[in-house]
Design a binder for this molecule. Structure first.
Ligand code: 2NL
Length: 360
């Protein structure tokens, strides 16, 4: 049997000679593994007489500890060496551009709603909001819409089958944002100058109609309000929105149950390479419905129509967005296709202002 001090020297030499973690591990297995020479030596203690074991035990255990310590120290030294080599070899290039993080964009409908709020704020209008689930009275009756009107039919309006208002009539998804103005007239004294943008619902679906779409309505109630105020307000709005001074408008007699007289507003446009360009008076298209608020609607809200008059208007936000930014399929607005949003979306920093322009 090799004597203990020779074994110690050989083992420590082997540890010192190992230049890789793998080589060191092989040395450890050869000495301290199950069949390792030091393990075998430790097992031999069992066969010794108690007197002999008393002498050999501390010697063999001392040897095991010395080898184990040497291996641990060598392992730490090798790991430090590997790390130092990597640190010396690898470099972080601080001049490289940072990896691109996905960035969201403002949906054209949100952008246009912000633009509308901004333009009307400059004319003294506040933004009013209300619930999308409404009662029949605020959505229809208060607006002088007769019980027999086709808009009230099941196939045009989404009714809740078993949710009724106090009058026993079914609750519904608002078909326009007019109920917001009804609520405002009932809760606040004139002068009233509000716009009511928001989601509205109609049972309709094809290339140009989605069951949910966005509307904006506006309402002015005060003493002495007349059609001239309506015309100036809407002309000023359209010039600001389309960012052109040569916007021509045309007022056309129309009919709505809630206004009298009622006027449809057409805007002039020309065709350039098949695309509609706003301005001039070559062709006309309808952009807004409006009129003087029907005295019966004013009275329904608890105001005296002999004292207060007003005008109101309404239009589709999605359609305004399509006209201004040149999209042609309404359904793409609500598909959530990231490629479409990337193409038509707006930067969060593209804050609309009247003086700076909003669509540059
Ligand atoms: C259209 C026409 C319009 C109104 C909406 C309104 C609201 C109240 C009283 C009177 Cl509380 N009128 N809103 C008036 C005229 C037209 O919208 O073509 N919408 C898409």
């Amino acid at each position: 049997m090799t004597d203990i001090s020779t074994l110690q020297t050989q083992s420590l030499d082997a540890v010192a000679a190992a230049t890789t973690i793998d080589a060191l591990e092989a040395v450890r297995i050869g000495a301290l593994g199950k069949q390792g020479n030091i393990s075998v030596l430790l097992k031999s203690l069992g066969q010794m007489s108690p007197e002999e074991r008393l002498v050999q035990g501390p010697v063999i255990n001392g040897l095991r500890e010395a080898i184990a310590r040497a291996i641990a120290e060598k392992k730490a030294a090798l790991e430090t060496e590997i790390l130092n080599t990597r640190l010396a070899a690898e470099r972080l290039d601080m001049t490289l551009p940072a990896p691109e993080t996905p960035r969201g964009s403002i949906h054209p409908v949100s952008q246009v709603m912000d633009e509308l709020a901004e333009i009307f704020a400059d004319m003294g209008f506040a933004v009013a909001e209300g619930p999308e689930i409404e009662d029949d009275w605020r959505n229809f009756t208060a607006l002088n819409i007769p019980e027999t009107h086709p808009a009230r039919a099941m196939h045009d309006t989404f009714y809740f089958p078993d949710q009724m208002a106090v009058d026993g009539k079914k609750m519904l998804l608002r078909t326009h944002t007019s109920p917001v103005q009804i609520r405002t007239m009932m809760n606040q004294q004139p002068p009233i100058r509000i716009i009511a943008p928001g989601r509205v619902y109609r049972s309709d679906s094809d290339a140009t109609h989605t069951p949910m779409f966005h509307q904006i309505e506006g309402l002015v109630i005060d003493k002495g309000i007349h059609l001239g105020h309506l015309k100036w307000t809407l002309e000023t709005f359209l010039k600001a929105f389309f960012e052109r001074d040569d916007v021509a408008i045309r007022l056309r007699p129309s009919y709505f149950p809630f206004t009298e007289p009622s006027v449809e507003i057409d805007i002039g446009f020309s065709l350039v390479g098949g695309k509609r360009v706003i301005g001039g008076s070559e062709n006309w298209m309808e952009v807004l419905g409006s009129g003087m608020v029907h005295p019966r609607v004013i009275a329904n809200c608890g105001l005296d129509p002999d004292i207060y008059q007003g005008f109101a208007f309404g239009t589709g936000v999605d359609r305004l967005a399509m006209l201004k930014y040149g999209m042609d399929d309404l359904r793409a607005f609500f598909d959530g296709d990231l490629r479409w949003l990337k193409h038509y979306g707006f930067s969060a920093l593209d804050v609309p202002t009247l003086s700076g322009g909003v669509g540059a």
